[in-house]
Design a protein around this ligand. Sequence first.
Ligand SMILES: Nc1ncnc2c1ncn2[C@@H]1O[C@H](COP(=O)(O)OP(=O)(O)OP(=O)(O)O)[C@@H](O)[C@H]1O
Ligand SMILES: [Mg+2]
Length: 275
Amino acid sequence: MDGLVQARDLEYAYSGTGEAALRGVTLTVREGAFVAILGRNGSGKSTFAKQLNVLITPTGGSVSVMGMDTRETEHTMAIRQAVGLVFQNPDNQIVATVVEEDVAFGPENLGVPPPEIRERVDAALRATRMSDYARKAPHMLSGGQKQRVAIAGALAMRPRLLVLDEATAMLDPDGRREVMDTARGLVKSHGMTVVWITHTMEEAIAADEVIVISDGEAIARGTPREIFSDPHRLATLGLAAPAAARTAALLRERGVAVPPGVLTVEELADALCAL
Ligand SMILES: Nc1ncnc2c1ncn2[C@@H]1O[C@H](COP(=O)(O)OP(=O)(O)OP(=O)(O)O)[C@@H](O)[C@H]1O
Ligand SMILES: [Mg+2]
C-alpha cells in the first residue's frame, strides 16, 4: 500500500546540468512515522525535499503525497497545505517584522479563523520555546532563534507532513535535541509525519526509520539499529559509525566487555555502568 509519500523511480535533473541529482529513487514514507533521510553533501537530500512541497517536480518517475501526483497542477495547493517545509537558512523564511506575526502568516493565508490563529501561534511558539520572543523583531534574534521561529511558522500550519531539511544545523546541541523532541512529540500526539533530513548520524539515530541517500539514489533503509550497528554494512554505505558505537568498539579492542549494538551515549553509559 502507498504511504503518505510515495516516490517511484524518481529522477530529477536540474536544467543545464548533465548529471541527474536524483536517480531512480523509490521510497515510501508511512503516515505517522518519524523518518530520517541521511546523506552526505550533494547527495540529493534537498532536491528530494523540494519535491515534497512541489517546489520542483520530477523529470522522470513520480512522487505522490497523500495519493496526489505532484505533477498534476490541480493538486499543488492541497499538497502545499499538507506539507510544511523548513530549510537550513532562516533568513530566507521569515517574512514579517514581528515574531508572532511571522508565525501567524501561514495560517492567515490558509484562512484559519483569528481565534484559532492565536491558539496555533501560541502553541507553536511554546513548542519551539520562543514564547518570550513573540513581540520581538526577527532580525534581532540569533540564528538559532530565527530557525525556531521558522519551525514555529511551519507548525502553525498544522501540516500532516513536516519536512525539516537540515533545519537544526544552526542550533546548538541542546536546541537541536529540543526541536527533535518537539517533532517526535508531534508525531506521537498529533499523528504528524516527520521527514528529518540530516547529514549527521547522531540525529538519524533518533528516528523510527532511516533512509540513506547516496549520489542521488536511496541505497539503504531500515531501523537505526539495523543501519548503524553493522560496521560492514556502514562501510559499504560510505558512512562511519556513530561516535558512541566507535567508542564502544575501541573499548572492546582494549578488553572492556561492552556488549554489541551500542548506538547512543546513553546506551554506552548504561553498558559501562552494568560492567
Ligand atoms: N539549483 C541547482 N542547479 C543545479 N544543480 C543543483 C542545484 N541544486 C542542487 N544541485 C546539484 O544537485 C545535486 C544534489 O544537491 P542537493 O542540494 O539536493 O544535495 P544535498 O544532499 O541537499 O546536499 P547538502 O548536504 O549540501 O545540502 C548536487 O550535485 C548539487 O550540486
Ligand atoms: Mg541540502
